[in-house]
Design a protein around this ligand. Structure first.
Ligand SMILES: [Zn+2]
Length: 169
């Protein structure tokens, strides 16, 4: 897992720098092209943090459910482009446009929070990919139910990333 992720990060860095990846380094999944992300804004962090979050988001959007999220983002059916507001206060949530009624496209995200969640392998810290996957369930798929978000969005992405499934909210 760590190796796969570092390879993906290397490939993403190579893409950012406009370098041709060395043969054999390239990942088969389309996770390595940060430039190919749909229109979105990542705000509130340093350049390094923003680049890190773009890579995290690219890995999430490179999954099968992520591809559906990408299609929704590119379809124009959402009211606004996706916006990710970074914080370091462990806040991870999707804002409501109308309180309790209409979810917005703004995600508040702490990529270093690693919150503890109950999984099929016991209590585990949640990598930022899974936190963002979860919030995409709210912000992009417009699911208000935590159960639905976990089963329809977060867990399929966890499975594809080789992570244990989350049991409950
Ligand atoms: Zn949630």
């Amino acid at each position: 897992m760590a190796l796969r992720r570092s390879v993906a990060a290397l490939a993403a860095a190579a893409t950012l720098l406009g370098l041709a990846p060395a043969s054999g380094l390239r990942e088969p999944a389309p996770l390595d092209s940060s430039a190919a992300l749909p229109e979105l804004r990542i705000e509130g962090g340093s350049d390094v943090e923003v680049a890190h979050v773009r890579r995290v988001l690219a890995r999430v959007l490179g999954t099968r459910v992520g591809a559906k999220a990408r299609a929704r983002l590119e379809s124009g059916e959402l009211r606004e482009p996706l916006r990710v507001l970074l914080n370091s206060g462990r806040d991870n949530l999707t804002r409501y446009r109308i309180d309790g009624r209409e979810l917005s496209e703004t995600i508040v995200f702490d990529p270093a929070a690693f919150p503890l969640v109950e999984t099929s392998a016991g209590t585990r810290s949640a990598p930022p990919e899974t936190v963002l996957a979860h919030e995409l369930g709210h912000a992009v798929f417009k699911l208000a139910s935590e159960e639905q978000v976990i089963h329809e969005v977060e867990n399929p992405i966890r499975a594809e990333l080789g992570l244990p499934l989350r049991l409950r909210f």
